[in-house]
Design a protein around this ligand. Structure first.
Ligand code: NOJ
Length: 553
């Protein structure tokens, strides 16, 4: 490794792998994944070649939103294990060179958190102001028109004290008042608790929600909103109660201008970053769903914000060459100086890539994710081509899906158990899994795919191996190249090393004609059968094929 390359930190050079702990590996047969389960699979992750794991919340919680409703920020939910189990996980991960990133949920707690129990107990409780309490509107209704992300008013009336509290998500997830310095101190100390234990970083839940308008102004009506928009998108024949339709319509009607992405949020992000900076080489990653020009503000005006505001464009954009190509260029241009880019292909809140674009195209997506400039975050199971799993109505778990029943909504389909082998329950549990296992797990699982040199898993491992071994791919420059039809093309370079990536985002054969006379060699095809082929001038790509070419010196 050159000294130049050493300047880059682990989270810049590395690949992050998200684990949804309920679904990764169950060690005790209760049907729910746990920390010892994760520890038992660390050698798999080491073999796969990723650098860091991010684990979705593992703290004590009533599980109204599966751990995103925290009742204690400095302990482990017994369903996942104990603090000792966590320390063991951390130690083993570190001994294998793997970093551990935890999820931190600062915007809201559970309504069962002792702070909220105190806060709601009386208007003059010292913790009253730790949450956001407001008097009813003159008509007795909610204080303003802010809507919960999960549907309905974001205000919940509390009989006992005659005020409403604000909850951006479920009523069981009251928002903390981050304008209160005591809240800031208490919450920032929870970060220190885990940093002191050796945790390498945090993924910060809904960072752009942290601060709300101090005057609680009503949100404006979305000028693009058309009444009836929700009904129009419903599958034919679905009948819903009027109340649910109204709730969904209200959600689409307003722009969340006053309850999200407020200018003062950046002061809070800076404080979070300062805590991370008290420790060497820790990372802060912000979960932020905003258009790119607002997203990049979260790097901080002086690079003193989040190290990486998550870039979700590969999840959100329509999957076609035009959109993706322009989005990459626009993102590269929007990045502030010295800001480190990142890309995310999947997570526990969105449909799996193999379901969104099909399994064949998902291999191209993998090549894109792992050859772009910036830290890639991958979602557990995507590396074996897992798809969303249909959830029978009586097994639905996710709160928003329960709220809008029968619509196949919700996030359970992308949260199903990891498929380890062809045995019962895909090797995930000896008990009854909390969500169903995919029907095709006997074909798509780690054990089977490990032994097939052309499998999804083998492709992922080859891509990861190549990215790790080539500085051009993990820290090199990015340059877009002219594109053809469904093809996108770009160059990654570092020193003398140059790679050209050609990706066919369509399902027809295409020829790339813009290469010129440069002599190249195929180092990897998504079909895994062209290694060493010499190409120049015109390169044929099969349907759903991507290739990485090395420019010959
Ligand atoms: C974002 C998390 O990713 C999601 O799963 C959760 O429901 C909300 N934040 C609320 O915490």
């Amino acid at each position: 490794m050159s000294s130049e390359e050493k300047r880059y930190l682990w989270w810049q050079k590395g690949i992050i792998y998200q684990i949804y702990p309920r679904s990764f590996m169950d060690s005790n047969g209760d049907g729910i994944g746990d920390l010892p389960g994760i520890t038992s699979k660390l050698s798999y992750l080491e073999w796969l070649g990723v650098d860091a794991i991010w684990i979705s919340p593992i703290y004590p919680s009533p599980m109204a939103d599966f751990g995103y409703d925290v009742a204690d920020y400095t302990d482990i939910h017994p369903i996942f294990g104990t603090l000792d189990d966590f320390d063991r996980l951390l130690e083993e991960a570190h001994s294998k060179g793997l970093k551990v990133i935890l999820d931190w949920v600062p915007n809201h707690t559970s309504d069962e958190h002792p702070w909220f129990i105190e806060s709601r107990s009386s208007r003059d409780n010292p913790k009253r102001d730790w949450y956001i309490w407001r008097d009813p509107a003159p008509d007795g209704g909610p204080p303003n028109n802010w809507q919960s992300v999960f549907g309905g008013s974001a205000w919940e009336y509390d009989e006992r004290t005659g005020q409403y509290y604000y909850h951006a998500f479920l009523a069981k997830q009251p928002d903390l008042n981050w304008r209160n310095p005591e809240v800031q101190e208490a919450m920032l100390n929870t970060l220190r608790f885990w940093f002191d234990r050796g945790v390498d970083g945090f993924r910060v839940d809904v960072m752009w929600h942290l601060i709300k308008d101090d005057q609680f102004r009503d949100n404006p009506i979305n000028p693009d909103y058309k009444p009836g928009a929700y009904l129009k998108n419903l599958p034919e024949g679905v009948q819903l109660p009027q109340e649910i339709i109204e709730m969904a319509e209200a959600q689409m009607k307003y722009l969340p201008v006053y309850n999200t992405d407020r200018p003062e949020v950046h002061d809070i992000v800076r404080k979070i970053r300062q805590v991370a900076d008290e420790y060497p080489e820790r990372v802060i990653i912000g979960e932020i769903y905003l258009p790119v020009e607002r997203l990049v503000k979260y790097y901080g005006e002086h690079g003193d914000g989040a190290h990486m505001p998550f870039n979700f464009q590969l999840i959100l954009l329509p999957w076609n060459a035009d959109e993706i190509f322009h989005a990459i260029d626009a993102y590269e241009k929007a990045l502030p100086e010295n800001a480190w880019p990142n890309w995310v292909l999947g997570n526990h809140d969105n449909h799996r890539i193999a379901s969104r674009v099909g399994r064949d195209q998902a291999r191209v997506a993998a090549m894109l994710l792992l050859t772009l400039r910036g830290t890639p975050t991958m979602y557990y199971g995507d590396e074996i081509g897992m798809k969303d799993v249909p959830i029978p109505p009586d097994m639905v778990q996710d709160p928003p899906a329960k709220r809008f029943p029968g619509l196949g909504l919700g996030r359970d389909p992308e949260r199903t158990p990891m498929q380890w082998d062809s045995g019962p329950n895909a090797g995930f549990t000896t008990g009854t899994p909390w969500l169903p296992i995919a029907d095709d797990y006997k074909e798509y699982n780690v054990e089977v795919e490990r032994n097939n040199p052309k499998s999804f898993l083998s492709l992922y491992r080859a891509l990861i191996g190549l990215r790790r071994s080539e500085p051009a791919l993990h820290v090199g420059s990015y340059k877009s190249l002219p594109r053809n039809g469904d093809l996108i093309a770009y160059e990654r370079a570092y020193g003398q090393q140059r790679f050209i990536v050609l990706l066919n985002l369509g399902n027809q054969q295409q020829t790339y004609t813009e290469l010129g006379d440069i002599p190249c060699q195929v180092v990897l095809s998504t079909h895994m059968d062209r290694h060493g082929e010499k190409v120049s001038r015109e390169v044929n790509l099969r349907a759903n094929e991507g290739v990485i070419l090395q420019v010959e010196q």
